[in-house]
Design a protein around this ligand. Structure first.
Ligand code: 13P
Length: 250
């Protein structure tokens, strides 16, 4: 159990509508309580709800991020896309880049690197997702995959102060499976050490994502090195989301 400052990032993926936004009022209320004073809560809804979230969360300490962006910093003829400049202008502070679901839809390491650069140029904090598949884990390739994703994703980026890493083993996403604490600690430490050595920055925050729920959160919080959580399914249910945050500080 810990009492340090932690991130709770709600990734709503391709879920939610105007009506469901109202359900977050309990989270806004809870965020004002003393229990939550060390919780940094960030909602990443689909693009269609970003503006609604930004307006609803004005004057609260809950923040907003997008789930992806186009790689071009400037506007242009890119039908169906939104860039980091637009996201920033809307009032968002964060953007998720490199989520495995975005990688599955065509985001290569090279594209991810461009997206990260354009997001940093537009003063967004990047939540950069990395993680191995089950097959890669079974072949003992986890560390190799993590290094490759970090090296290529952060290529030619000198200052990583505005980057938060989200370690999300692909096999944990939406499956109910969570790595054993020892394995998770090992991978988180590995990521932190690698960043310290290669980017000369000691303070990178590393979040864990993958089937985080009110049932496993106490156990996950045993790992002191985790700086917060990227939460999918459970974050769409305000009661579960609040429960996760509460249990992280009790
Ligand atoms: P779940 O919490 O639904 O497993 O999703 C994790 C995730 O992908 C968050 O980005």
């Amino acid at each position: 159990m810990t009492n340090k400052y932690k991130y709770f990032v709600a990734n709503w993926k391709m879920f939610g509508d105007i009506k469901t936004v109202n359900s977050i009022y309990t989270v806004i209320k809870a965020s004002k309580s003393r229990n939550f004073s060390k919780a940094k809560i960030i909602y990443c809804p689909p693009y269609t709800l970003l503006n609604t979230f930004v307006n609803k969360l004005k004057k609260t300490k809950v923040e907003v991020g997008a789930q992806n962006c186009h790689q071009s910093s400037s506007n242009g003829p890119f039908t169906g896309f939104i860039n980091s400049k637009m996201i920033k202008k809307l009032g968002c502070k964060y953007v998720i880049i490199g989520h495995s679901e975005s990688r599955n839809s065509g985001d290569t390491n090279i594209l991810i690197n461009k997206k990260i650069k354009s997001s940093l140029e537009n003063s967004l904090t990047v939540i950069f997702c990395i993680g191995e598949t089950f097959k890669e884990k079974k072949k003992n390739k986890t560390k190799k995959i993590l290094i490759n994703q970090i090296k290529k994703g952060l290529k030619n980026i000198k200052n990583i102060k505005n980057i938060i890493i989200a370690y999300e083993p692909v096999w944990s996403i939406g499956t109910g499976l969570v790595p054993k604490n020892e394995e998770l600690l090992n991978n988180i430490l590995f990521i932190k050490k690698f960043l310290r050595k290669n980017f000369n920055y000691k303070k990178t925050r590393v979040l864990y994502g993958g089937s985080v729920s009110p049932y496993n959160i106490k156990n996950l919080n045993e790992i002191n090195q985790i700086d917060g959580f990227l939460i999918g399914g459970a974050s769409q249910n305000s009661n579960k989301f609040i429960d996760i945050i509460k249990k992280s500080f009790n």
